[in-house]
Design a protein around this ligand. Sequence first.
Ligand code: FMN
Length: 185
Amino acid sequence: MAKVAIVYHSGFGHTKVLAEAVAKGAASVAGTQVDLVPVEDAAAKAATLDAADAIIFGSPTYMGNVSGPFKTWADTTAKTWFGQGWKDKLAAGFTNSSGPSGDKFNTLVTMWTLAMQHSMIWVSQGLMVGSKEGDLTLNRLSAYGGTMATSENAAPGENNPSKDDQASGAALGRRVAEFAKKLKG
Ligand SMILES: Cc1cc2nc3c(=O)[nH]c(=O)nc-3n(C[C@H](O)[C@H](O)[C@H](O)COP(=O)(O)O)c2cc1C
């Protein structure tokens, strides 16, 4: 059984909707165990992260970067970094914010840097811009390093972030789970 953990922060619930879509995508790959870990619980669930074959990072973009709570948690992983405990695990990232750009790219770069410090193996989005999945349009924002979603300044819900962007997140989860399964042999 390949294990995929998703550790994410969401201040107001929009990134949580995206995280759940990523989890659904990962769980759609047979033989995958998915653990959705809010960053607030990540310290208590350190053993779950350590046992994972893949860790997917998720954060809203705040002030052009990961949110404070996500960064605070990321800094606590320095202990693991010291022993290179996550070496050769898969990693990937997703972010959501209100601006079409909103400097989301920088958030993904921060997650990538965290993964590189841990000697992890980064999995890209793997979708061309505007890829179709039925009626849905995936990777609307032309992001190749991870999933980028945009949410309206309204309550989070099944259409906020949009179904298109949730489907991009699900595709990322699926892709990571497929690679985790291959790695597991
Ligand atoms: C402190 C703060 C900073 C923000 N900075 C950005 C930003 O740099 N770019 C952007 O597009 N949106 C920015 N936003 C908007 C959020 O990304 C947006 O509201 C998002 O849906 C929040 O996700 P969450 O509900 O998961 O917390 C910011 C919001 C807050 C509260």
